[in-house]
Ligand binder design. Structure first.
Ligand code: T1G
Length: 697
């Protein structure tokens, strides 16, 4: 027996323990070992019940994702689970940590389930572009109401032990954390009570009305935005409700393999591993993260307040500084408002909120209160002058070893660090709005930033449950630099003839959560305007420069916050409706510049958008601003609404072929060679027949 598995007879109960760190993935070796163990117990005939539990931090976290795309090796998980279900003596699954995917499917193949208080139960396959392929879509709606099963399977979100018990997914919540013992105690009771096997497959499948099913399908289709897995999940659940168990299982398998062979599965698994790989940065080899318990935040506007709340929700102590009493009151109400929202959404208990506001959070106008903090994050107005002044003050006040961080989203961190006598302790921590919600954090590393400080930035990100991406210093770092570039491509195609509303439609059909013009209105058009003014002196005079957005801003129309921008927002259209005046402003500029508007179809819009995004991304990687192409993918996926089922711009480029991207750039360069210059890295990889993925190792 591989050491992954240990089998012990405790009286007349066979206890099978699995130990495959880090998350007990159901790898081939584990499946083989588990099958041998179960067969061995039955052959010995000494046991009256079997307990399956896992060592380490979690019950099975699912199939081994690293095996996907390789030839599947028997025993296949569905067959193993059928075998466990068919045993002649009761099988108890004792669950701690996370029973996910194939792990929960094993547990549902068992006859009884005992969970630890903190255990989580989920079928997250949809987040990998798949569906539960080992009976999960057939067994879960037999154990719990089909609406709850559909919610778990189409969202991929896990549920806690109390809800699992209430729904009937588990039979008992264990006292204490020794799940081996809890499993044995439960099995002992079964034997004493003469309870036998209880096959889930034998239960009738719960159902829902056709109307409810249709409503659910429409809702899932809307939120899927082009992802195919969520709808396949519903197809499998339909099979559970309408077919005998084994035919339902067969249908599930067909749907599973369709997804396994889809590009979307490849893209979403790339995203899964990239979210984990991105945290592996060179500085972690030599740097040691410093202890951070007390945090200072400078500025209590939307970003400062969000950063403070993000820190408070992770248990840190926060002191926030503002310039005067009025601003202090504003910051106080923003922070308590955001915490109140967290209570409303059930993310925070009322008592915890009150404890935070009473003990962990304070607002001041006195920078002196930062004397003992471990880290200060500056989130003031995006002006170099203002930031230099703040860092000069912080340098004179903060204790030696304190980390001085800037939340700047564009400006030169080295120039800011040069204002201090400790540039090695200066780092950029670029949060995304709303800072307590968005998962992305760019950790900007200056020329002098020490490895300890970089390691501290990544450790903080883990504590704040953020996905941190290491970025070098340039205008806009990774995300905003690429955004500025594909933003120009979008404005240029509107000047050439496209309607901004058609562009937004084409890109939301492509899978984006929101089109660029709607995003601009949400973020505030004044931010882009200020940035265009800031970089104007550096702009290439030959560069095409559409002015329609400036014209709209000059009218005081900054988007949602002013009720009008590219769209009109009022009682009749809270989500915004196209504004004919915007089309007039654009037409006027075309006439002034002698531009004959031409037809640009959605296919060309996508090609231009993606060619610009990939081209600038290749420059960002080529210059070392981003360590690897996957760092760009993680940035755009977690901070810029790029559809996860496309894997990110670099993965997308590999999927459509770098030659195609280069050919598009060549085609577009015929009309604008200034903007459409191919990135050297893109040309190099294409000429060598290589992919961006080849640089991710
Ligand atoms: N397979 C292989 N490796 C895995 C893995 C898995 N299922 N889960 C995690 N890892 C690796 C991960 O890459 C990382 O590696 C290390 O373990 C720690 O993970 C038939 C088809 C369990 C909640 O989708 O959600 O079952 O970077 O950093 O934050 O129906 O990992 O150290 O080298 O994420 O504590 C369904 C995926 C599979 C669960 C722990 N299961 N995993 O989070 O640690 S499909 C999932 C997670 C399936 C069946 C189908 C999380 C976690 P490295 P980590 P964490």
């Amino acid at each position: 027996m591989p050491s992954l598995i240990n089998v012990n007879l405790e009286g007349d109960i066979a206890v099978i323990g699995i130990d495959n760190p880090p998350v007990n993935a159901l790898s081939h070796a584990v499946r083989e070992g588990l099958q041998e163990a179960v067969r061995g117990v039955l052959k010995d005939g000494l046991a009256k019940a079997i307990v399956i539990y896992c060592e380490g931090r979690s019950f099975f976290a699912g199939a081994d994702i690293r095996e996907f795309g390789k030839p599947p090796m028997p025993p296949h998980l569905p067959d193993l689970i059928d075998e466990i279900e068919a045993t002649t003596i009761p099988v108890v699954a004792a669950i701690h940590g996370t029973a996910l995917g194939g792990g929960l499917e094993v547990a549902m193949g068992a006859h009884y389930r005992v969970g630890a208080k903190s255990a989580k139960f989920g079928l997250p396959e949809v987040a990998l572009g798949l569906l539960p392929g080992a009976g999960g879509t057939q067994r879960l709606p037999r154990l719990i109401p089909v609406e709850d099963a559909a919610a778990m399977i189409t969202s991929g979100k896990p549920i806690g032990a109390r809800k699992a018990l209430a729904l009937g997914l588990i039979d008992e919540i264990a006292e204490g954390s020794d799940m081996r013992a809890a499993g044995v105690n439960f099995a002992r009771k079964l034997i004493e009570d003469g309870q036998g096997v209880r096959m889930t497959r034998a239960l009738a499948c719960n159902s829902m009305s056709d109307e409810a099913a249709a409503t659910l399908r429409a809702k899932v289709a809307k939120s899927a935005r082009g992802a195919i897995a969520p709808l396949s999940c519903l197809d499998a659940i339909d099979a559970a409700m309408t077919l005998p168990f084994d035919l339902g299982l067969k249908r599930e398998r067909e749907l599973f393999y369709d997804l396994m062979n889809s590009d979307q599965r490849g893209a979403m698994i790339h995203a899964f591993f990239s979210d984990r790989q991105v945290g592996k940065v060179p500085e972690l080899a030599t740097g040691t993260a410093r202890e951070i318990a007390q945090v200072g935040v400078v500025g209590g506007g939307t970003m400062g307040a969000g950063i403070a709340v993000s820190a408070l929700l992770s248990g840190l102590d926060v002191t926030l500084a503002e310039r005067d009493d009025e601003a202090v009151a504003g910051a106080q109400s923003r922070v308590s408002g955001m915490l109140g929202e967290a209570v409303k959404r059930g993310k925070l208990a009322e008592a915890a909120r009150d404890a935070i506001l009473a003990g962990k959070f304070r607002v001041t106008t006195n920078y002196g209160d930062f004397a003992d903090v471990d880290l200060v994050i500056e989130a003031v107005f995006e002006s170099m002058e203002v930031k230099k002044d703040v860092f000069t003050k912080l340098d004179s006040i903060c204790k030696p070893g304190a980390i001085l961080a800037s939340n700047t989203s564009y400006l030169d961190l080295n120039e800011i660090a040069a204002m201090t006598n400790r540039p090695q302790d200066v780092i950029g921590l670029h949060f995304f709005s709303p800072a307590h919600v968005m998962r992305l954090l760019e950790v900007v590393v200056g020329n002098e930033t020490s490895a300890d400080v970089v390691a501290s930035g990544f450790a903080l990100a883990k504590r704040l449950k953020k996905v941190a991406v290491r970025a070098g210093v340039c205008d806009g770092f990774i995300g905003n630099r690429i955004l500025s570039h594909y933003g120009k491509a979008v404005y240029n195609m509107v000047l050439a003839g496209a309607s901004p509303y058609a562009v937004d439609k084409a890109l939301t059909d492509f899978g984006l959560a929101m089109g660029p013009f709607a995003v601009g209105d949400l973020a505030g058009l004044d931010i882009g305007w200020a940035n265009r003014k800031r970089v104007a002196p550096m702009r290439d005079p030959n560069e095409t420069y559409p002015e329609f957005a400036d014209r709209i801003c000059e009218l005081g129309r900054f988007g949602r916050k002013t009720g009008r921008g590219f769209y009109i927002y009022d009682e009749t259209s809270r989500g915004g409706r196209p504004d004919p005046e915007v089309e007039e402003i654009i037409a006027k500029e075309r006439a002034e510049k002698g531009i004959e508007a031409r037809e640009i179809d959605s296919g060309e819009m996508i090609d231009r958008y993606m060619a610009a995004m990939v081209n600038e991304s290749a420059r960002v990687v080529g210059e070392g601003i981003a360590l690897r192409p996957l760092d760009v993918d993680v940035t755009l996926l977690n901070g810029y609404g790029f559809p996860r089922w496309r894997g990110g711009p670099m993965h997308y480029a590999d999927t459509v072929g770098l030659e195609k991207i280069l050919a598009d750039i060549g085609r577009f360069a015929e009309e604008d060679a200034t903007f459409w210059k191919p990135a050297p890295l893109l040309e190099k990889l294409a000429s060598e027949g290589r992919t961006f993925a080849s640089l991710n190792a």
